[in-house]
Design a binder for this molecule. Structure first.
Ligand SMILES: Cc1cc2nc3c(=O)[nH]c(=O)nc-3n(C[C@H](O)[C@H](O)[C@H](O)COP(=O)(O)OP(=O)(O)OC[C@H]3O[C@@H](n4cnc5c(N)ncnc54)[C@H](O)[C@@H]3O)c2cc1C
Length: 420
């Protein structure tokens, strides 16, 4: 159940390996694939050209094993076989050459139809019951699950939970899969929005910089301990901060807040330089050009609008000659440049998050098959699991890889001779 990226991939791989199987994809949404359509700004960043376990947050060796089951080249070839040619951009992100997410969705759906997979939109699943005690007769395995949905009931010998996370709930991925998993005996770790923008206190100057992008080194501290450090592009917005580096770091801030821990986010707008190095540079520069304004001096390596705003923020004058800047202002400016404490009040919430951090622990799944270790016949794939990737196509890669492993395993567990 769940006809998103992971569910569609799993159905295709199952049907290819087990043409004798009857495969139904139940989905709560009226039309399937909404998340694929909005992904990558409508272009669908299908995957990345280099994929390593470091690009994911999840139990490392399990993530590594799953990814190894569907290497990059095989994924590219699989999409080519579906008629989706991919192009690699400078960032390493792969998109369909058409630059249209619809190309990806249509190819997946077309392949499902070709293989006889039955797509059932508007079938929101509300409950799953296990059937006990039915004896195998004539080599035919009886149904193990009764799936209750809006349109009635479906019986199944195998059940795949591909209900996604909770990000962008209007697409159908509203987090209801976690409740179903719990009722089937699984644990679900705390879930929080990830790859999400962060809202800053109103008193901060972000609104003045809205639309401006710049490089920053972000450090996240939880209970005073550094848990993440990364450098990349930050985008100032009318509500706070966004951009790839912020989105990638957001999960740490959100998880800490969820646990009731203090989380702080610091920015170094001179990435790679310490405050001492910045001071040395300032003094050397001032000695050479004492009459140069602060604005001119810093605008050599930083956007002018940002320098102007930051000078005002620390009580300085961007037009003042650097040789005349007081030590107090200089130090405040250098501190703000190299260790700016972002006054984060909250994340932007599920409606703006691209993915979910947390979910069903990977330890509860056999990584060779994606079958539940707690309930035989149940398979778990995609974002519903406790694994989230950084920005760049990694979350879809997780969906394709888990879908392939599970799809093939389901078909292997139901050989043709036992088909009914
Ligand atoms: C705005 C946005 C942009 C993104 N861009 C990218 C990108 O470019 N690259 C990338 O790698 N990742 C991207 N992602 C993340 C990526 O879309 C997801 O990680 C991926 O879709 C997860 O696949 P999934 O199949 O596990 O879940 P989903 O794709 O969310 O599919 C889950 C399906 O299950 C169905 N469902 C849920 N509950 C029930 C129920 N109770 N009964 C029946 N059906 C149910 C839903 O309707 C949905 O169709 C983006 C996400 C968002 C929100």
């Amino acid at each position: 159940m769940g006809a998103g990226a992971a569910g569609l991939a799993a159905a295709i791989f199952s049907a290819e390996q087990g043409p004798h199987l009857t495969i139904e994809l139940l989905d709560g949404a009226k039309s399937i694939g909404a998340k694929i359509l909005v992904s990558g700004g409508g272009r669908c960043n299908v995957m990345h050209d280099v994929v390593t376990p470091d690009d994911f947050f999840g139990t490392r060796h399990l993530v590594r094993n799953v990814l190894a089951a569907f290497p990059v080249q095989e994924t590219v070839a699989w999409f080519a076989s579906l008629g989706v040619k991919l192009k690699c951009e400078e960032t390493g992100k792969l998109f369909p050459v058409t630059d249209k997410a619809r190309t990806v969705l249509e190819a997946l759906v077309a392949r499902c139809r070709e293989l006889g997979v039955v797509l059932r939109p508007d079938h929101r699943v509300t409950d799953i019951a296990r059937m006990n005690g039915a004896a195998e007769s004539g080599g035919i395995e009886p149904a193990r699950f009764v799936i209750r949905h809006q349109q009635g009931e479906t019986y199944a010998r195998r059940l795949m939970l591909a209900t996604g996370g909770q990000s962008l709930p209007r697409t159908g991925s509203d987090g209801s899969g976690y409740g179903l998993a719990r009722r089937l005996g699984h644990h679900v770790t705390s879930i929080v929005p990830a790859l999400v923008a962060l809202v800053l206190e109103d008193r901060c100057f972000h609104e003045k910089l809205s639309g401006l992008s710049q490089e920053v080194e972000l450090q996240t501290l939880v209970e005073g301990r550094s848990v993440d450090r990364r450098t990349g592009s930050l985008l100032w917005t009318h509500f706070g901060i966004s951009g790839p580096v912020v989105m990638d770091a957001s999960r740490f801030w959100c998880l800490a807040r969820e646990r009731g821990e203090t989380a702080q986010l610091y920015g170094n707008f001179l990435p790679g330089r310490t405050i001492d190095q910045a001071r040395e540079w300032f003094l050397a520069h001032t000695a050479k050009n004492p009459r140069r304004s602060l604005l001119k001096m810093f605008a050599e390596s930083l956007p002018e609008r940002y320098v102007e705003t930051l000078c005002h923020h620390v009580g300085g004058d961007p037009q003042q000659a650097c040789g005349q800047v007081s030590r107090a202002i200089r130090d405040r400016l250098l501190t703000a440049l190299t260790r700016f404490p972002f006054p984060v009040v909250r994340d932007r919430g599920w409606n703006f998050a691209e993915v979910t951090a947390g979910g069903i622990p990977l330890e509860e799944v056999n990584f060779r098959t994606m079958e539940s270790k707690l309930l035989p016949g149940l398979y778990l794939v995609g974002e519903v699991l406790d694994c989230d990737g950084r920005i760049g196509g990694f979350n879809f890669q997780w969906a394709w890889a888990t879908g392939r492993v599970a799809g093939r395993a389901v078909a292997a567990s139901l050989p043709a001779r036992s088909d009914c």
